[in-house]
Design a protein. Structure first.
Length: 182
């Protein structure tokens, strides 16, 4: 039995996600016996930047953050730009912060956090082009491989996935964080 057995992890993405930023964390949590589910704006299949395709489990309008123990936000410019325009997705993300649950975000996936208004006084990293947007949303942006701030795990690029996945698993195992607030 793993320390993530029985945990439910939501992955929020749409077409254009960075393939490895979905598949690698997915593999990390399911390897530890967590249940992963893909949430997207529409039903069916979504396609990554390269060749990967993933089956949607629920739409953002159907999904309830209270049903999950943690959230993962993969990057990919097109994915991140489109997902943040979906009001239900923004509310879904914000609810994880309101309930103190771990959220892991990599690369451009951090864009939606600005729309969810959850970055004030938080330390985060991301793909460098998001730096100004995240700072303007109130974050303390740093250029580091992986940053953990009270249940918020963030990394910059696919090169950071080993460190990102390790911290994702660690934070999900720890559970809720009092400092993880909206």
């Amino acid at each position: 039995m793993s320390h993530l057995t029985g945990k439910r992890i939501a992955f929020l993405a749409t077409d254009g996600y960075e393939d490895s930023e979905l598949t690698s964390p997915w593999g990390a949590v399911t390897e530890h016996e967590a249940v992963a589910e893909l949430i997207s704006t529409e039903t069916g299949t979504i396609k990554g930047k390269k060749e990967h395709e993933a089956q949607v489990g629920r739409t953002t309008s159907e999904a309830n953050a209270d049903d999950y123990d943690a959230l993962v936000l993969p990057g990919g410019v097109v994915n991140a730009d489109h997902i943040r325009l979906d009001r239900a997705a923004v509310q879904f993300v914000r609810r994880f912060f309101e309930t103190g649950k771990p959220v892991a975000v990599i690369c451009h996936g951090a864009w939606i956090l600005a729309d969810a208004d959850v970055l004030r006084d938080r330390t985060i990293t991301s793909y460098p082009s998001l730096r100004t947007d995240l700072i303007n949303a109130g974050a303390n942006w740093v250029d580091e491989e992986v940053v953990v701030d009270q249940g918020l795990v963030s990394s910059r690029t696919p090169d950071d996935l080993p460190a990102f996945n390790a911290k994702l698993v660690e934070e999900v195992a720890e559970g809720r964080h009092e400092g993880q607030t909206a």
